[in-house]
Design a protein around this ligand. Sequence first.
Ligand SMILES: Cc1cc2nc3c(=O)[nH]c(=O)nc-3n(C[C@H](O)[C@H](O)[C@H](O)COP(=O)(O)OP(=O)(O)OC[C@H]3O[C@@H](n4cnc5c(N)ncnc54)[C@H](O)[C@@H]3O)c2cc1C
Length: 263
Amino acid sequence: MYAFTYERPTSLDDALKVLQSGGQALAGGQTMLAAMKQRLMQPEKLIDLASITDLRGIKKEGQHIVIGSMTSHQDVSFNKDVIQSIPSLAHLASGIGDRQVRARGTLGGSVANNDPAACYPSAVLALNATIQTNQRTIAADAFFKGMYATALNEGELITSIRFPIPKRAAYAKFRQPASRFALVGVFVADTGTGVRVAITGAGNGVFRHAGLEAALTKNFSPKATEGITISSADLNSDIHASAVYRAHLIQIQTQRAVTQALG
Ligand SMILES: Cc1cc2nc3c(=O)[nH]c(=O)nc-3n(C[C@H](O)[C@H](O)[C@H](O)COP(=O)(O)OP(=O)(O)OC[C@H]3O[C@@H](n4cnc5c(N)ncnc54)[C@H](O)[C@@H]3O)c2cc1C
């Protein structure tokens, strides 16, 4: 490690003031601390958001679930409103990493970080959620910009994420067994007006698949995906899986997600 200053404000206003003077937000540290140890990130000023209670918590507002950015994965997985209204989101949160990661890692940190194999970005995109920041509201379709890139400006903080309650939805993750991130994860959401399919782990960042969405909107069944070609052209190839294997997994995991969503 190297020298840096550490501040722990108790209000969003105070956090924003320090952020504007060149600080970097710290949520649960599950990505940041490892990145700092490896000197991939070298912030001079850390602003720990942990004491800002307004950023934590889960509310049901009409046909939406609103989750504060500092809410841990564990709290999402055990929350009764999430379990009742969007069980697929609780299921996704319960499958992230291990107990320590779920206890410390946060929704806002995961979505802001936009790891190309992270689980939450697929839920945010498939459920057509909106990201609330201290400056504006950003639609999921406009938020994710590829590997570790998002629409957030420098010094902009996610305060909460608003998830519309779908008719039915499910997340099927094929785990990379060492890291527990998604080798391929598929989130399928039947919104009531159409089906959205978001894929993580397979490419440069989370993405939707138009062919799968059209087929499932017409016929919400695992069989409907059989004739859909999944191109491997832009998919990742690494020591864990080839692009062709990942393309195959997209189809299989989509079928598994649809089967789960049908109950
Ligand atoms: C061993 C291990 C296994 C994991 N497995 C999985 C997995 O299976 N699936 C999965 O999805 N994830 C997984 N993760 C990631 C985990 O889910 C964390 O949520 C993720 O690492 C982000 O951590 P954090 O919330 O503590 O944010 P931090 O590490 O504190 O911050 C991450 C980044 O987000 C920024 N940031 C944080 N909060 C905000 C905010 N409110 N607004 C704007 N920017 C913000 C920070 O400045 C930083 O750049 C794993 C992590 C580990 C260490």
